[in-house]
Design a protein around this ligand. Structure first.
Ligand SMILES: [Zn+2]
Length: 101
């Protein structure tokens, strides 16, 4: 289940929205000021998903974090060094702490 992080452009509140499916596409509203002008951020919850969007176990460790890379690319955001390292470690068989993969 994808979880997206948003930031309200009006009051700068950070909040998360849980979607029941990847196809669900609804207007996202700030829970605080009810503004619809919100910006989606990258969520580390994406680590749980493989590139097909399911939460099946990874059969190939090189798939780990692949969709995270794609998301950063899609959004034109430069991946932070810490995220890069976490993905590389996970691919090397070293699962990051606190992430349920
Ligand atoms: Zn707001």
């Amino acid at each position: 289940m994808p979880i997206y992080e948003y930031r309200c452009k009006s009051c700068f509140l950070d909040f998360e929205v849980l979607y029941r499916s990847f196809t669900e596409n609804r207007d996202t509203q700030c829970p605080d000021c009810k503004n619809y002008d919100v910006k989606r951020k990258i969520s580390l919850s994406s680590f749980k998903m493989n590139r097909n969007g399911s939460s099946e176990k990874f059969s190939d460790s090189s798939d780990i974090g692949r969709n995270v890379e794609e998301k950063f690319k899609t959004h034109g955001v430069e991946m932070p060094e810490s995220v890069r390292r976490t993905i590389d470690d996970a691919r090397g068989g070293q699962m990051p702490k606190g992430l349920d993969i």
